[in-house]
Design a binder for this molecule. Sequence first.
Ligand code: 5GP
Ligand code: ZN
Length: 112
Amino acid sequence: MDCIFCKIVAGDIPSTKVYEDDTVLAFRDINPQAPTHILVIPKEHIANGAADITADNAAVVGHIFEIIAKLAKEEGLSDFRVVTNNGEGAGQTVPHLHFHLLGGRTLGVEMG
Ligand code: 5GP
Ligand code: ZN
């Protein structure tokens, strides 16, 4: 499958991994927008994004948020933001569900 994140999961594209288990992978964003910018993804190719979360695949999303809380602690972040972009118009460039964990600087109050 021609998906950058599936290739990262498979190890075909290198990444700086910060967490991995059977269902979830977290790695540092290649173009960080903040001192901490980690991508947390299901290993399963959930295409395209948040719009495709269903009763059948939602369990991993809860697990992803557990991992985000753990990573935020490890990064020393009390203040942080979690973002998922759905659709090109919202800034999505990779059509494999992923959550951005951003922190380590003052984050703007504007959401959009
Ligand atoms: P999106 O724009 O879809 O919400 O987020 C995709 C993110 O993936 C972007 O922040 C981009 O910098 C990151 N990204 C794209 N390709 C790679 C890659 O090959 N390695 C890593 N570590 N991050 C990537
Ligand atoms: Zn994928």
